[in-house]
Design a binder for this molecule. Structure first.
Ligand code: C2G
Length: 134
């Protein structure tokens, strides 16, 4: 019998060590890791800017990580319940910047928040690149 399927979500723009660690830790919780990658439109609606990498590029990057078994486009934050059911996920994992936000799904899956990796973010990387002289 197959072990638990883990699902997680994110933009994963300008992939960095915080992203890799949360995906590795999510994968350790089950047998299969499915990742919902935010669409460009969803990202724009949340952050008011376009991601550096397009959704197709971000999907390609995330799907090539060895701990990731499958990827799909996350079109809306409101569709989490549907995505959990569509992918038969047993465990939903998010970084703890989302702590408490998805507890309402605990009737259909286990909800786990993992500590964020400190001092690294896509926003800080973009800022560093745009303000550092070489
Ligand atoms: N993350 C982390 N440590 C960091 C930065 C990010 O653990 N230093 C985690 C986040 O907590 C999240 C995942 O990496 O679980 C992806 O982060 P983002 O790409 O910033 O995702 P976000 O824009 O928060 O989109 O439905 C939810 C959204 O799609 C999440």
């Amino acid at each position: 019998m197959a072990g638990p399927t883990v699902i997680t979500f994110g933009t994963f723009d300008v992939l960095h060590v915080g992203h890799v660690r949360v995906l590795n830790r999510a994968a350790e919780l089950g047998d299969r890791l499915v990742v919902g990658v935010s669409s460009d439109a969803l990202n724009f609606s949340k952050k008011d800017r376009n991601p550096v990498f397009t959704q197709d590029e971000r999907l390609e990057i995330v799907s090539n990580l060895k701990v990731v078994d499958a990827v799909f486009v996350e079109e809306s934050l409101e569709l989490k319940r549907q995505y959990v059911m569509d992918h038969s996920a047993d465990i939903l994992v998010m970084g703890d910047d989302w702590a408490g936000k998805f507890d309402f799904l605990s009737d259909i899956c286990k909800v786990v928040y993992l500590p964020r990796t400190p001092s690294v973010s896509t926003t800080a990387i973009i800022e560093h690149i745009t303000t550092t002289r070489v």
